[in-house]
Design a protein around this ligand. Structure first.
Ligand SMILES: C[S@@+](CC[C@H](N)C(=O)[O-])C[C@H]1O[C@@H](n2cnc3c(N)ncnc32)[C@H](O)[C@@H]1O
Length: 156
């Protein structure tokens, strides 16, 4: 079972659906969910709500969050790590694809106007990785771009 946090129009859920028993896509935007429902596979379920109070999904082994966490502050993220640690079984995974720095922000070129630190709190990928490890995960970072990456965290 998979829970996709901030599923939007359901791209991640649809991609995973043929490979798993069930995917629950959660989003706080009813309009996004209306679009996600259109022609979605039968094993996808769409839930309206706040990812900070995610629903219980029986048999959950994978939590995904694609471009949904970058507006959360550090304390909210730590709460999320604690929830994921309690919710996933050992070996379960939390996979995050998002905007986070893998180099110091002042060393990144070409981000003016689209990843402006004054517009939001963007996080260091390395700091998030360390935090996940402190919360009982083993984390691997894949850098796709100096400010975009995936963090795959396995619950120990
Ligand atoms: C940039 S979109 C990404 C959508 C999708 N994950 C994708 O990759 O196509 C971010 C989504 O997160 C949702 N979102 C943001 N904050 C949320 C929250 N606190 N709870 C649930 N959904 C949230 C937004 O409504 C939006 O659909």
């Amino acid at each position: 079972m998979v829970l996709d946090l901030g599923c939007g129009t359901g791209n991640v859920a649809r991609t995973l659906a043929p490979h798993v028993r069930r995917v629950v896509g959660l989003d706080c935007s009813a309009r996004m969910l209306d679009r996600a429902r259109l022609g979605a596979p039968k094993n996808c379920e769409w839930v309206w709500g706040d990812l900070r109070q995610a629903p219980k999904v029986e048999g959950l082994t994978l939590i995904t969050a694609n471009y949904a966490l970058h507006h959360m502050d550090r304390e909210e993220l730590r709460t999320l790590w604690r929830w994921a640690q309690r919710t996933l079984p050992p070996g379960g995974k939390l996979v995050i694809g998002d905007l986070f720095y893998s180099v110091p922000p002042d060393q990144v070129e070409g981000i003016d106007g689209w990843l402006d630190p004054t517009l939001g709190e963007y996080h260091s990928a390395w700091a998030l990785m360390k935090e996940l490890e402190e919360h009982g995960f083993q984390a691997v970072l894949k850098v796709l771009h100096p400010v975009i990456g995936t963090l795959t965290a396995m619950r120990l």
